[in-house]
Design a protein. Sequence first.
Length: 235
Amino acid sequence: MSHRYVGSELELFSAATNWKTYVASVLSRFIGGRVLEVGAGIGSNVTYLHTALVREWTSLEPDSDFARRIEERVAAGELPPSCRVIAGTIEHINKAAQFDSILYIDVLEHIAEDAAELVRACRHLAAGGNLIVLAPAYQFLFSPFDTAIGHHRRYNSTSLRALTPPRCRLDSCLMLDCAGFFASLANAILLSSAFPSKRQIAFWDRVLVPISRTFDRHIGYRLGKTVVAVWHLST
Protein backbone atom coordinates (compact mmCIF):
# COMPACT_ATOMS: atom_id res chain seq x y z
CA MET A 1 0.00 0.00 0.00
CA SER A 2 1.56 3.28 -1.03
CA HIS A 3 0.16 6.66 0.00
CA ARG A 4 1.60 9.87 -1.29
CA TYR A 5 -0.29 11.97 1.26
CA VAL A 6 -1.05 9.25 3.76
CA GLY A 7 0.09 11.14 6.87
CA SER A 8 -1.96 14.26 6.28
CA GLU A 9 -4.87 12.19 4.96
CA LEU A 10 -5.13 10.24 8.20
CA GLU A 11 -4.81 13.32 10.37
CA LEU A 12 -7.36 15.20 8.29
CA PHE A 13 -10.04 12.51 8.39
CA SER A 14 -9.41 11.60 12.03
CA ALA A 15 -11.29 14.82 12.88
CA ALA A 16 -14.40 13.62 11.03
CA THR A 17 -16.15 12.55 14.23
CA ASN A 18 -19.71 12.59 12.85
CA TRP A 19 -18.67 10.31 10.01
CA LYS A 20 -16.83 7.87 12.24
CA THR A 21 -19.77 7.76 14.65
CA TYR A 22 -22.12 7.08 11.74
CA VAL A 23 -19.89 4.31 10.41
CA ALA A 24 -19.72 2.79 13.89
CA SER A 25 -23.52 2.77 14.13
CA VAL A 26 -23.63 0.71 10.93
CA LEU A 27 -20.72 -1.67 11.56
CA SER A 28 -20.70 -2.31 15.32
CA ARG A 29 -23.22 -5.14 15.20
CA PHE A 30 -20.86 -7.10 12.94
CA ILE A 31 -17.78 -6.61 15.13
CA GLY A 32 -16.93 -8.63 18.21
CA GLY A 33 -14.66 -11.20 19.81
CA ARG A 34 -11.17 -11.23 18.36
CA VAL A 35 -10.84 -8.35 15.89
CA LEU A 36 -8.19 -7.75 13.23
CA GLU A 37 -8.07 -4.32 11.62
CA VAL A 38 -5.93 -4.39 8.48
CA GLY A 39 -4.25 -1.09 7.62
CA ALA A 40 -5.07 0.47 10.97
CA GLY A 41 -3.27 3.75 10.26
CA ILE A 42 -2.92 5.74 13.46
CA GLY A 43 -5.68 3.85 15.26
CA SER A 44 -8.46 6.35 14.60
CA ASN A 45 -11.12 3.67 14.13
CA VAL A 46 -10.46 1.80 17.37
CA THR A 47 -12.12 4.40 19.58
CA TYR A 48 -15.36 4.17 17.61
CA LEU A 49 -15.52 0.44 16.83
CA HIS A 50 -14.12 -1.14 20.01
CA THR A 51 -17.26 -1.97 21.99
CA ALA A 52 -18.04 -4.26 24.92
CA LEU A 53 -18.44 -7.08 22.38
CA VAL A 54 -14.72 -6.94 21.53
CA ARG A 55 -12.42 -9.20 23.50
CA GLU A 56 -9.14 -8.48 21.71
CA TRP A 57 -8.19 -5.96 19.01
CA THR A 58 -5.20 -6.41 16.71
CA SER A 59 -4.11 -3.38 14.70
CA LEU A 60 -2.16 -4.45 11.62
CA GLU A 61 -0.28 -1.54 10.06
CA PRO A 62 2.48 -1.74 7.39
CA ASP A 63 3.93 1.69 8.21
CA SER A 64 6.24 1.24 11.22
CA ASP A 65 5.88 4.89 12.28
CA PHE A 66 2.09 4.63 12.39
CA ALA A 67 2.29 1.27 14.17
CA ARG A 68 4.48 2.90 16.81
CA ARG A 69 1.96 5.72 17.21
CA ILE A 70 -0.77 3.19 17.95
CA GLU A 71 1.45 1.53 20.55
CA GLU A 72 2.09 4.92 22.14
CA ARG A 73 -1.64 5.65 22.25
CA VAL A 74 -2.31 2.32 23.95
CA ALA A 75 0.46 3.00 26.49
CA ALA A 76 -0.99 6.48 27.14
CA GLY A 77 -4.44 5.05 27.79
CA GLU A 78 -5.94 6.69 24.70
CA LEU A 79 -6.82 3.26 23.26
CA PRO A 80 -8.08 0.15 25.10
CA PRO A 81 -5.44 -2.07 26.75
CA SER A 82 -6.80 -5.05 24.79
CA CYS A 83 -5.40 -3.43 21.62
CA ARG A 84 -2.14 -4.88 20.32
CA VAL A 85 -0.14 -3.86 17.27
CA ILE A 86 1.60 -5.77 14.50
CA ALA A 87 3.77 -3.81 12.06
CA GLY A 88 3.23 -5.49 8.71
CA THR A 89 0.67 -6.85 6.27
CA ILE A 90 -1.63 -9.86 6.28
CA GLU A 91 1.36 -12.06 5.41
CA HIS A 92 2.90 -11.19 8.80
CA ILE A 93 0.02 -12.68 10.77
CA ASN A 94 0.77 -16.01 12.46
CA LYS A 95 -0.63 -18.76 10.24
CA ALA A 96 -2.58 -20.22 13.15
CA ALA A 97 -4.15 -16.91 14.23
CA GLN A 98 -7.94 -16.76 13.93
CA PHE A 99 -10.24 -13.75 14.26
CA ASP A 100 -13.98 -13.32 14.60
CA SER A 101 -14.02 -10.00 12.71
CA ILE A 102 -11.58 -8.76 10.07
CA LEU A 103 -11.85 -5.12 9.00
CA TYR A 104 -10.67 -3.23 5.94
CA ILE A 105 -11.71 0.38 6.60
CA ASP A 106 -10.68 2.59 3.66
CA VAL A 107 -7.86 0.15 2.89
CA LEU A 108 -8.80 -2.36 0.16
CA GLU A 109 -8.76 0.31 -2.55
CA HIS A 110 -5.03 0.79 -1.83
CA ILE A 111 -4.21 -2.85 -2.52
CA ALA A 112 -3.47 -3.83 -6.12
CA GLU A 113 -4.44 -7.51 -5.77
CA ASP A 114 -7.64 -7.01 -3.82
CA ALA A 115 -9.24 -10.40 -4.51
CA ALA A 116 -6.10 -12.28 -3.43
CA GLU A 117 -5.91 -10.08 -0.33
CA LEU A 118 -9.40 -11.08 0.80
CA VAL A 119 -8.64 -14.75 0.19
CA ARG A 120 -5.56 -14.44 2.41
CA ALA A 121 -7.57 -12.60 5.06
CA CYS A 122 -10.24 -15.29 5.16
CA ARG A 123 -7.64 -17.90 6.04
CA HIS A 124 -7.57 -16.12 9.40
CA LEU A 125 -11.34 -15.76 9.75
CA ALA A 126 -12.93 -18.07 12.32
CA ALA A 127 -16.00 -20.07 11.35
CA GLY A 128 -19.04 -17.85 11.73
CA GLY A 129 -16.89 -14.73 11.57
CA ASN A 130 -17.38 -11.53 9.56
CA LEU A 131 -15.16 -9.94 6.92
CA ILE A 132 -15.98 -6.23 6.65
CA VAL A 133 -14.92 -3.84 3.89
CA LEU A 134 -15.64 -0.11 3.76
CA ALA A 135 -14.39 1.62 0.61
CA PRO A 136 -14.99 4.60 -1.69
CA ALA A 137 -17.85 4.04 -4.12
CA TYR A 138 -18.31 4.40 -7.88
CA GLN A 139 -15.43 4.42 -10.32
CA PHE A 140 -16.88 7.45 -12.14
CA LEU A 141 -16.15 9.45 -8.97
CA PHE A 142 -12.44 8.61 -9.22
CA SER A 143 -10.62 11.93 -8.85
CA PRO A 144 -7.11 13.38 -8.49
CA PHE A 145 -7.57 12.90 -4.73
CA ASP A 146 -7.88 9.14 -5.26
CA THR A 147 -4.70 9.15 -7.33
CA ALA A 148 -2.85 11.33 -4.82
CA ILE A 149 -3.44 8.96 -1.91
CA GLY A 150 -2.75 5.75 -3.81
CA HIS A 151 -6.20 4.40 -4.66
CA HIS A 152 -6.24 1.76 -7.40
CA ARG A 153 -10.00 1.83 -7.81
CA ARG A 154 -13.40 2.60 -6.32
CA TYR A 155 -16.13 -0.01 -5.81
CA ASN A 156 -19.84 -0.70 -6.10
CA SER A 157 -22.01 -3.58 -4.93
CA THR A 158 -21.34 -5.56 -8.11
CA SER A 159 -17.56 -5.26 -7.99
CA LEU A 160 -17.47 -6.12 -4.29
CA ARG A 161 -19.76 -9.11 -4.76
CA ALA A 162 -17.31 -10.38 -7.39
CA LEU A 163 -14.59 -10.45 -4.68
CA THR A 164 -16.52 -12.88 -2.46
CA PRO A 165 -13.92 -15.28 -1.02
CA PRO A 166 -14.47 -19.06 -0.95
CA ARG A 167 -16.86 -20.33 1.78
CA CYS A 168 -18.13 -16.78 2.38
CA ARG A 169 -21.54 -15.36 1.62
CA LEU A 170 -22.29 -11.68 1.20
CA ASP A 171 -24.43 -10.83 4.20
CA SER A 172 -24.90 -7.09 3.65
CA CYS A 173 -23.96 -4.44 1.09
CA LEU A 174 -24.89 -0.82 1.75
CA MET A 175 -24.20 2.56 0.20
CA LEU A 176 -23.55 5.34 2.73
CA ASP A 177 -23.42 9.14 2.52
CA CYS A 178 -25.86 10.17 -0.20
CA ALA A 179 -25.19 13.87 0.44
CA GLY A 180 -21.45 13.29 0.20
CA PHE A 181 -22.04 11.54 -3.13
CA PHE A 182 -23.22 14.77 -4.74
CA ALA A 183 -20.31 16.72 -3.23
CA SER A 184 -17.87 14.13 -4.61
CA LEU A 185 -19.59 14.24 -7.99
CA ALA A 186 -19.22 18.03 -8.10
CA ASN A 187 -15.54 17.73 -7.20
CA ALA A 188 -14.91 15.05 -9.83
CA ILE A 189 -16.64 17.08 -12.57
CA LEU A 190 -15.99 20.70 -11.64
CA LEU A 191 -13.22 21.13 -9.09
CA SER A 192 -10.95 18.13 -9.56
CA SER A 193 -9.27 18.97 -6.26
CA ALA A 194 -6.28 16.76 -5.47
CA PHE A 195 -6.68 17.17 -1.73
CA PRO A 196 -9.54 18.52 0.39
CA SER A 197 -8.99 21.39 2.78
CA LYS A 198 -9.76 21.27 6.50
CA ARG A 199 -12.72 23.57 5.82
CA GLN A 200 -14.13 21.19 3.21
CA ILE A 201 -13.76 18.20 5.51
CA ALA A 202 -15.40 20.11 8.37
CA PHE A 203 -18.34 21.14 6.14
CA TRP A 204 -18.81 17.57 4.95
CA ASP A 205 -18.61 16.12 8.46
CA ARG A 206 -20.73 18.74 10.25
CA VAL A 207 -23.34 19.44 7.56
CA LEU A 208 -23.48 16.69 4.94
CA VAL A 209 -22.96 13.62 7.13
CA PRO A 210 -25.96 14.39 9.40
CA ILE A 211 -28.08 14.87 6.27
CA SER A 212 -26.86 11.54 4.91
CA ARG A 213 -27.50 9.80 8.20
CA THR A 214 -31.18 10.72 7.87
CA PHE A 215 -31.70 10.23 4.15
CA ASP A 216 -29.56 7.12 3.61
CA ARG A 217 -32.10 5.15 5.60
CA HIS A 218 -35.06 6.61 3.72
CA ILE A 219 -33.61 5.71 0.32
CA GLY A 220 -32.72 2.19 1.44
CA TYR A 221 -28.94 2.73 1.44
CA ARG A 222 -28.92 2.63 -2.38
CA LEU A 223 -26.78 5.72 -3.08
CA GLY A 224 -23.64 7.11 -1.46
CA LYS A 225 -19.98 7.91 -1.87
CA THR A 226 -19.01 4.98 0.38
CA VAL A 227 -19.86 1.30 0.04
CA VAL A 228 -19.87 -1.23 2.88
CA ALA A 229 -19.80 -4.99 2.37
CA VAL A 230 -19.99 -7.68 5.05
CA TRP A 231 -19.24 -11.33 4.31
CA HIS A 232 -20.02 -14.16 6.71
CA LEU A 233 -17.83 -17.28 6.78
CA SER A 234 -19.86 -20.47 6.85
CA THR A 235 -19.53 -22.72 9.86
